[in-house]
Ligand binder design. Structure first.
Ligand code: XIL
Length: 307
């Protein structure tokens, strides 16, 4: 079996990757998706600049293509991303009053998104235990809240507002907070854990899960287990590795990360950020499990052998 089948046999939910229409058009890529991966995350098509480029004008063309492909091929879907400082359309960045940002964007926008994404995404979510990502990359490296249009206008309350809006829009979705550089038990991990605990103590059950992206450097997997342990100790039901890629993709680095998830009961899955080095956002560092001809690399074989 491929990665998904073997990972599931170990009690995990998914071994996933990212995709979008541009990579779904490549037959050698979709062959790998069908065989090895059980979950798809839209690489760009559900970001705010893609879904609502100007206020009130929604575009779900690419997102629907991804959802349709995943649904017809029996793949789970991980939504990505609802509220994030990056890849925002200019009109959101320029909002500076609280009511507009809360009422129009954080409260209403997810509701509209749900209506417009339509029953397609909703049934997929319900039937396939899909996951939604609500808060992303909101911390500075020292664990404090990062400056963004959201934190500047609303302070920390935007986190609760966004999660409550997402919950209302889709009660079946599993809602994650997610960030990068959560690769060891560092200050940023502590900041995230403290925020999650504050939010969930004030409003129990607001945040379901914590995700660590894990865009790692070569030999950078040494802290993965400590990071997952710390995240899993927060007041969350589950944790996940959400965007894994590793410079040079050594077998040792990859197996260390997979082992860390296997050893963490709350870790439900791993998403690698792409299939082939040819299509990676870090293409120059060859960070993925398949080479430019879509053939499995040594790290792939090492993972298969350990599962
Ligand atoms: C990246 C995509 O892979 C690129 O195609 C795009 O140009 C920029 O965004 N953290 C995230 C992802 O949360 O959404 C980013 O994806 C990589 C960093």
């Amino acid at each position: 079996g491929g990665l998904q089948v073997k990972f599931r046999a170990k009690g995990k939910i998914y071994f996933g990757t990212c995709a979008d229409p541009n990579t779904l058009n490549i037959a050698s890529n979709t062959n790998v998706l069908k065989k090895d991966f059980g979950q798809l995350t839209p690489e760009n098509s559900m970001k705010w600049d893609a879904t609502e480029p100007s206020r009130g004008n929604f575009n779900f063309g690419n997102a629907d293509t991804l959802v349709n492909w995943a649904t017809s091929n029996g793949k789970l879907i991980r939504g990505h991303t609802l509220v994030w400082h990056s890849q925002l359309p200019g009109w959101v960045n320029n909002i500076n009053d609280r009511n507009t940002l809360v009422c129009v964007n954080l409260r209403q926008n997810p509701l509209e998104m749900k209506v417009l994404i339509s029953s397609k995404l909703q049934t997929t979510v319900i039937q396939n235990h899909a996951q939604s990502v609500a808060g992303r990359e909101i911390f500075n490296e020292d664990g404090s809240l990062r400056s963004s249009v959201f934190s500047r206008v609303l302070g920390e309350s935007f986190v609760t507002i966004a999660f409550q809006a997402a919950r209302k829009a889709d009660p079946a979705a599993v809602l994650y907070i997610n960030d990068y550089n959560l690769d060891s038990a560092n200050a940023k991990v502590r900041g995230l854990v403290n925020l999650v605990n504050r939010v969930n103590q004030a409003n129990p059950g607001t945040i379901d899960g914590a995700g660590t992206q894990m865009h790692l450097q070569a030999n950078g997997a040494g802290g993965a287990q400590a990071a997952l342990n710390a995240l899993a100790a927060a007041d969350v039901k589950e944790v996940a590795i959400t965007e894994l890629d590793i410079v040079n993709a050594s077998a040792n680095d990859y197996t260390a990360v997979v082992r860390a998830c296997l050893n963490t009961p709350k870790c439900v899955g791993i998403t690698v950020w792409g299939v082939s080095d040819a299509n990676s956002w870090r293409s120059g560092s060859n960070p993925l499990l398949f080479d430019r001809s879509y053939n499995p690399k040594a790290a792939y074989t090492a993972i298969i052998n350990m599962l």
